[in-house]
Design a protein around this ligand. Structure first.
Ligand SMILES: *Cc1c(COP(=O)(O)O)cnc(C)c1O
Length: 430
């Protein structure tokens, strides 16, 4: 038994399933999760001291590479003056100003500690602002694990749950709550129009992943986005862009900057904390001013705006704002996807790829899917084989066919070439 197996067995005694977040458990692909001991740049090492090229990067946050010296220094400096005060700091103002600058739709922003908190709070705010209960989400989109949002949800829910029923994707979520959540297929303009026609004046909010990354990677059609923006505006519903994954990942201004859409509220997380527990939601001042202490929509957090997390976030935002960062990140990711596609073609394996900025999807299918339904029809068995062959070769992919992948600025030519070589071997073995 290797050290990873030893640790996994020990972990399962005191931690349910041995992990603190379900997808880490390798349930879809089988085998033993790797226990990480350290990471640097594009690599991490496991408990057996095997090195892997990381293509998850903590599920997105580590966009400047693991343990970037400038971020480490900023965090160390912040830590020396204590970790938390429960009182405001100047760093929070700086971070808020920076976020508002980078995303002009965000006029005011409130910091929280996780993406789940961001979406949960944004929904409460949208409901408080409109005085309506109904929300619309899309099949396969994941917005964290708040009760109202665990309906036909993506990510781990998609990997584990029998999420094809018209019911909560999780136990412990009351039907009474879920009845206020309408779920529509992604990219389906007609379904959206129909719902607004029938119930438009009861809809508090539409929430979506503007580029879906929790059912593999699925891009929205521009007509879909356009219809959503005009229907929500016409009916006084709040449009919530959940950019927890895409914010600062697909472009410096997030998916909204690529799509030319101005949402009413935006949720952020992952990259904005640079790997520390940090997230935020923000948007129109008119809506944000309904939050306590100004308004009657309550929201709070002991560790919100945590100074160490703020330091990590500010430094990460500084690095990604430097000239050429996204051009380089995007080019490297495209190079990687083109290489994987070529390797699969050579082995005559049906394979499709897509990427936006530093986020990518690959599919064991003859074309890139556009909906949740199409994703579930890709070849999951082929994915499992590929996953394990790549793991053997020292490349760590997301342990589920329903997750996007992530690169960092540290994934240079040498790293990309190594991944492609590993993939050539892996495809051959299939
Ligand atoms: C990761 C993610 C969340 C949840 O964020 P946590 O920090 O894990 O709570 C919400 N929405 C999207 C789109 C995400 O990718």
């Amino acid at each position: 038994m290797g050290q990873n197996d030893v640790l996994f067995e020990r972990a399962q005694k005191t931690i349910p399933g041995g992990v603190n977040s379900p997808v880490r458990a390798f349930r879809q692909v089988g085998g033993t999760p790797r226990f990480v001991t350290r990471a640097k740049g594009p690599y991490f090492w496991d408990a057996e001291d095997k090195r892997y090229i990381d293509l998850i990067m903590s599920w997105g946050p580590m966009i400047v590479g693991h343990a970037h010296p400038e971020v480490v220094e900023a965090v160390q400096r912040a830590a020396e003056t204590s970790f938390s005060y429960g009182a405001p700091t100047e760093g929070e103002i700086e971070l808020a100003e920076r976020l508002c600058e980078l995303m002009p739709s965000v006029e005011q922003v409130r910091m929280v500690s996780s993406g789940t908190e961001a979406t949960m709070s944004a929904l409460r705010l949208a409901r408080g602002h409109t005085g309506r209960d109904l929300i619309i989400k899309f099949e396969g989109c994941y917005h964290g694990h708040a009760d109202s949002l665990l309906v036909k949800a993506g990510s781990g829910l998609l990997t584990f749950a029998d999420s094809t029923q018209n019911a909560p994707s999780s136990g412990g979520v009351p039907h009474d709550l879920v009845k206020h959540t309408l779920v529509l297929p992604y990219n389906d303009v007609a379904a959206l129009e129909e719902v607004f026609k029938n119930q438009g004046d009861h809809i508090a909010a539409v929430i979506l992943e503007p580029i879906a990354g929790n059912m593999n990677l699925i891009q929205p059609a521009s007509e879909f986005l356009g219809a959503m923006r005009s229907l929500t505006a016409k009916h006084g519903a709040v449009l919530i862009y959940d950019e927890v994954m895409t914010g600062f990942r697909v472009a410096l201004g997030g998916a909204q900057s690529l799509q030319g859409i101005t949402p009413d509220l935006t949720c952020l997380g992952k990259v904005m904390g640079g790997g520390m527990p940090m997230a935020a939601f923000g948007g129109k001042k008119e809506i944000m001013s309904k939050l306590a202490p100004l308004g009657n929509v309550y929201q709070a957090g002991t560790l919100s705006g945590n100074p160490v997390a703020v330091a990590s976030g500010l430094k990460t935002l500084e690095i990604i704002s430097r000239a050429g960062f996204y051009e380089c990140l995007t080019a490297q990711t495209e190079k990687l996807m083109a290489g994987l596609k070529q390797a699969a073609d050579k082995a005559h394996i049906p394979f499709a790829v897509d990427s936006v900025g530093g986020m990518f999807g690959f599919y064991f299918a003859s074309k890139v899917p556009t909906s949740f339904e199409e994703v579930t029809k890709t070849n999951i068995d082929a994915f499992k084989k590929f996953f394990h062959a790549m793991l053997d070769e020292g490349v760590y992919l997301a342990p589920s066919a329903y997750e996007a992948g992530f690169t960092s600025i540290a994934h240079d030519n040498e790293v990309v070439a190594a991944i492609i070589t590993a993939a050539e071997k892996a495809f051959k073995r299939m």
